[in-house]
Write a protein that binds this ligand. Structure first.
Ligand code: NAD
Length: 496
């Protein structure tokens, strides 16, 4: 197989470059190097931002009709090429094709949402706030927006940001994960093909150097990022210190509470799908199943049996239910938690190292720990791999307290047949996204996505109404058009 060279996409075309630094891109299913990605230095970032600045001057004046024409065309292209994009994701990330196609679908939803941008950008108008005086609020773009995205959703997360930003009249510079960079380029090329003017959507590749150059660049107006908590905190602090608006989404440790009255078969199915899907490398993956009262033994037995039967294999094989991890380094880190958990006293009910997996490739089978307690490292750390934990508590209140004590607060779920318990849960739980009998409550595109606490730095969530707010700034105009004949000049404050 030939080695791909992946380069930046600036001003509507790939950049021909001889970089000082590159990164390796792997085929995780084969365990081989599949390509090299160019790393941007600050000059390359300057070039991308300059292109975005030039394009912004024109694009901000584009009519809403022009923008929707581009967005509808982009939607059609993405839909028609959904499986091509999914194949690229699977090749570099390792997730199953079905999962990759699902990720594209969730990104497409956001494009569809902003096809309604004329409605979403409507301002507000107050007539006659004083005699002959009207006040109105308009929403204007913020300028050049930057996005920094993680490896685990190389298409969906950029699609959470870019379509919203450009629909609002901004230009964009995306820095995708260096682990699976190709999807970002395809998204940009196809946007140009759909009619987006050159320079409105640029992609620079690289690592922290490229990110830091964006965070401190005087011409970047906003930064949207998704990644681990330490990186989110760094991005939030640095970009804010440089005067930018920031939304920085961080890591997660999502709990799923199972009450004794729940349908245990449905709960076990949900936990296994949400725990091991994408090899546990989802920010909304279930990491901890919290069993309340007598639900524990039966549920653990069901989980053990489902875990044992999971078929691990290459993402492009139809029978595979779970693919490899993204790199061997990450696989080794996840694997190290299996010994740590045993040493700390948890019961290793299913050991992923003993699971049947292909070789070579960055595979690790699914693991299940029971009797996990909050002081264990397997509970405290975001493992971000196929390791599901069970924590046993006595009461509903204990479950709520456990979750509310966790510094991460991205998603959570409750499985029950009791409407009163569900209502109390949604009211008391301190987490940004809540599922009731839904294990992965990722909001649809017309609501917004975001966690609380360490899972999000900033106040506005991504896409939906919050996304429109983030990518626009409001301007309030107070205007006087006196009835003819002219009312003359008044020096009275405020409106005469
Ligand atoms: P990561 O934090 O390692 O990297 C994210 C991005 O930041 C990448 O583009 C990377 O190049 C860049 N980066 C890495 N280190 C940096 C540094 N020191 N300075 C500046 N930039 C840096 O995350 P990842 O491993 O790619 O993705 C997995 C993480 O993302 C998990 O923690 C997961 O929970 C989180 N995530 C969160 C959400 C959410 O919605 N909250 C969604 C997806 C992923």
């Amino acid at each position: 197989m030939s080695i791909r060279e992946i380069t930046h996409f600036i001003d509507g075309k790939p950049v021909v470059d001889t970089p000082d630094r590159t990164g390796e891109v792997f085929n995780p299913a084969a365990g081989t190097v599949a390509g090299h990605v160019t790393f941007a230095d600050s000059e390359m970032v300057d070039r991308a931002v300059a292109s975005a600045c030039d394009a912004f001057a024109t694009w901000r004046q584009s009519s809403l009709a022009q923008r929707t024409e581009v967005l509808f065309a982009y939607r059609e292209l993405l839909l028609a090429r959904r499986m091509d994009l999914a194949a690229v994701i699977t090749a570099e990330h390792g997730k199953t094709l079905e999962d990759a196609a699902g990720e594209v679908n969730r990104g497409l939803e956001v494009v569809e949402y902003v096809c309604g941008i004329p409605q979403l950008l409507k301002g507000a108008y107050s007539e006659q706030v004083s005699r002959g005086v009207d006040t109105y609020t308009i929403k204007q773009p913020v300028g050049v927006c930057a996005g920094v995205t993680p490896f685990n959703f190389p298409a969906m997360v950029p699609l959470w940001m870019v379509p919203v930003a450009v629909a609002c009249g901004n230009s964009f510079v995306l820095k995708p994960s260096e682990k699976d960079p190709s999807a970002g380029n395809l998204l940009a090329e196809w946007f140009c093909e759909a009619g987006l003017p050159d320079g409105v959507f640029n992609v620079v590749h690289g690592d922290r150097d490229a990110v830091n150059a964006l965070l401190t660049h005087p011409d970047v107006a906003s930064v949207s990022s998704v990644g681990s908590t330490p990186v989110a905190r760094h991005i939030y602090e640095t970009a804010a210190a440089h005067g930018k608006r920031v939304q920085a989404l961080g890591g997660a440790k999502n709990h799923m509470v199972v009450l004794p009255d729940a349908d245990l078969d449905a709960a076990a199915d949900a936990a296994v799908g949400a725990g091991y899907g994408s090899a546990g490398q989802r920010c909304m993956a279930i990491s901890v199943v919290v069993t309340v009262g007598q639900a524990a033994d039966e549920l653990v037995e069901r989980l053990r049996s489902l875990t044992r039967d999971l078929k691990v294999g290459a993402g492009d094989e139809e029978t595979s239910e779970m693919g490899p991890l993204v790199t061997s380094e990450h696989r080794d880190k996840v694997e190290s938690y299996l010994d740590a958990g045993v040493q700390e006293g948890a019961d290793l009910v299913a050991d992923g190292r003993a699971h049947e997996v292909p070789s070579p490739g960055f595979y690790l089978g699914p693991s299940l720990f029971d009797r996990v307690t909050p002081e264990m490292s397997i509970y405290r750390d975001e493992i971000f791999g196929p390791v599901l934990l069970v924590a046993r508590v006595d009461t509903f209140a204990d479950a709520v307290e456990l979750i509310n004590s966790n510094p991460h607060a991205n998603g959570t779920a409750l499985f029950t047949r009791d409407g009163g318990a569900a209502r109390r849960f949604q009211n008391e739980i301190e987490v940004g996204m809540v599922g009731v009998n839904v294990p992965i409550p990722v909001p649809v595109a017309f609501h917004s996505f975001g966690g609380w606490k360490n899972s999000l730095y900033g106040d506005l969530h991504v896409y939906g109404e919050d996304g429109i707010r983030f990518f626009t700034r409001t301007k309030v105009v107070t205007s006087r058009w006196p009835d003819a004949p002219s009312a003359g000049v008044s020096l009275n404050f405020p409106h005469g």
